[in-house]
Design a protein around this ligand. Structure first.
Ligand SMILES: Nc1nc2c(ncn2[C@@H]2O[C@H](COP(=O)(O)OP(=O)(O)O)[C@@H](O)[C@H]2O)c(=O)[nH]1
Ligand SMILES: [Mg+2]
Ligand SMILES: [Zn+2]
Length: 308
């Protein structure tokens, strides 16, 4: 029996089989773990093979995981080598960011975008909570961010879930796809999901002012399968996004605005840091590549993870 993992709670998984039946499933020792360095061997979005547990109703054992088409993976903690797969087998990802309350750094955004590029997962960035900025700040900041990502061909959306602004273009993008919703805790992922697709009825966190951070919020990734065939994976807030499994000399290829320059570097083993005749450095100089993006490149190259 085959199924799709829709929720992961650590030791138990919710799996929906191809006939639409829901199972509580867990892995047993027999599951061949090819990758022991991940904190979650089974991820939401995984296609699995189940064996019904005849002694308990609606209970099954995951006996195999199908090879993943793609996934978003991060390192969550500087001290730990453990990697976490946020979700697997995606059509696209939306990174929800906010400029205040909480602030999402460019370093975080660029690390997430890099992972999407590496796995060919189209990734869109939605800047939420624009209502918290003054009219002038909105104009200035939007222009600044657009200039940073202009050459990177990243699709940026600005809006406010609270004020129903900027949601239609996003909704149209997502319909019919399997989408990961990611971002820091409190940026408005669950609120966005509910606004876009009210039938999802995802849990929304109380604001941190009340010092109830974490209460009633999403603590586990969960896939909402909607009647219109849209599948949205809401995730708990991630604080850090450490890049993993990246070969150092390939990093530049995952910056789209660097990619077109790479053949023009004088040395084919150019690191784009100090070499003469480097086309990337020349593009930074002539402002074709934005300094903020180059800064992210250096930071990722030197393996400086973002741990705020
Ligand atoms: N001011 C403002 N608050 C928002 C907006 N969107 C969500 N929020 C609030 O931000 C808090 C966190 O939202 P939630 O959806 O739980 O964030 P999540 O942790 O990313 O899922 C809640 O109190 C929401 O009401 C917005 O556009 N503007
Ligand atoms: Mg949430
Ligand atoms: Zn170079």
């Amino acid at each position: 029996m085959k199924g799709t993992v829709t929720k992961s709670t650590g030791s138990w998984y919710q799996v929906t089989d191809t006939e639409g039946r829901h199972w509580n499933a867990r892995t047993r020792g027999k599951l061949r773990l090819t990758d022991t360095d991940t904190s979650n061997p089974v991820a939401v979005g995984d296609e699995v093979t189940l064996k019904e547990d005849v002694n308990y109703a609606d209970t099954a054992t995951i006996i195999d995981i199908s090879p993943r088409k793609n996934y978003i993976i991060r390192k969550s903690n500087k001290l730990s080598s453990k990697r976490q797969i946020l979700a697997a087998n995606l059509d696209a990802a939306v990174l929800v960011a906010s400029l205040v309350s909480p602030r999402t750094s460019l370093g975080f955004i660029d690390r997430f975008l890099l992972c999407g590029e590496a796995f060919h997962i189209p990734t869109w960035v939605f800047f939420n909570k624009m209502d918290l900025l003054s009219q002038q700040q909105q104009l200035d900041i939007t222009a600044e961010i657009q200039s940073i990502y202009n050459q990177a061909n990243v699709h940026l959306y600005f809006g406010s879930v609270a004020q129903n602004l900027g949601l239609d273009p996003l909704r149209n993008l997502l319909i019919g796809k399997r989408i990961l919703l990611a971002g820091h805790s409190g940026v408005g992922k669950s609120t966005l999901l509910n606004k876009l697709f009210p039938e999802a009825n995802a849990r929304v966190g109380s604001i941190s002012e009340t010092h109830e951070k974490g209460k009633h919020t999403t603590t586990f990734a969960e896939m909402f399968r909607l009647p219109n065939k849209t599948e949205i994976i809401d995730t708990p807030g991630i604080r850090d996004f450490g890049v993993v499994d990246m070969v150092q000399h390939e990093i530049a290829q995952y910056f789209p605005e660097f990619r077109s320059k790479l053949n023009d570097c004088k040395f084919n083993n150019c690191t784009h840091i100090h070499e003469p005749g480097c086309a990337v450095l020349a593009s930074v100089e002539s402002e074709i590549i934005h300094p903020a993006r180059y800064h992210s490149y250096l930071s990722i190259y030197h393996n400086e993870d973002i741990f705020e």
